[in-house]
Ligand binder design. Structure first.
Ligand SMILES: [Mg+2]
Length: 203
């Protein structure tokens, strides 16, 4: 079996997607004020990724070693299923999350970027490292994203899993339709017709 086939086989089983926060959903940098308030940069397409994962039938969880109100707020806004703050033993946290959701470790995917993630990556059915993770992390991963941390890595993982499960196209269409879009075939005709009617060029 090819490496890509082996990843797809693992991805087909996934029902719970767990991600680290700093360095995966962000580029790892933290901005701290003198009062200790923290600011982080998240990628909006990863926000949509959580919505797509939920819609596609995956449970979702954020795990961070930090005591981070920002991570909690981001998870709350996106409707993430569980958030674990101050997680220093992430392998055990992953086991607890699987127990909480009634899902086997084989059916869990974990995305990480640094050494604290290694114990969880070693347990997950699908272990994913971001592109800029150090070698000690990428070498325990089944898959390394093209995106660096904070640049849409979660979105890439949700697409990988839902595509393997044959659910990506329908999930995207349902999301677009839910937000006022037309079914894809109808919108193609419309896009083709619109510029000509207005004297422009067809795309
Ligand atoms: Mg991290």
């Amino acid at each position: 079996m090819t490496a890509r086939g082996a990843v797809a086989r693992r991805a087909r089983r996934i029902r719970l997607l767990v991600t680290d926060v700093d360095g995966v959903l962000t580029d790892g940098r933290m901005v701290l004020s003198e009062r200790g308030d923290e600011l982080k940069f998240f990628h909006s397409r990863d926000g949509v990724a959580v919505a797509l994962a939920n819609r596609g039938g995956l449970r979702t969880a954020f795990v961070t070693g930090e005591k981070s109100p920002v991570a909690q707020a981001r998870a709350d806004k996106l409707g993430v299923g569980a958030v674990v703050l101050e997680a220093r033993r992430k392998g055990e946290v992953l086991e607890d999350l699987c127990a909480q959701f009634g899902i086997s470790l084989d059916a869990s995917a974990y995305i990480g970027d640094d050494l604290l993630d290694v114990p969880a990556l070693q347990r997950a059915g699908l272990a994913i490292a971001v592109a800029d993770a150090p070698r000690e992390v990428t070498e325990v991963a089944h898959f390394v994203t093209r995106a660096r941390g904070g640049q849409g890595a979660l979105r890439e993982c949700v697409e990988l899993i839902l595509r393997a499960q044959g659910a990506w196209t329908a999930t995207v269409e349902a999301y677009v339709t839910e937000h006022g879009g037309r079914p894809r075939r109808a919108s193609r005709r419309t896009i083709g017709a619109f510029p000509r009617e207005h004297g422009g060029h067809a795309p």
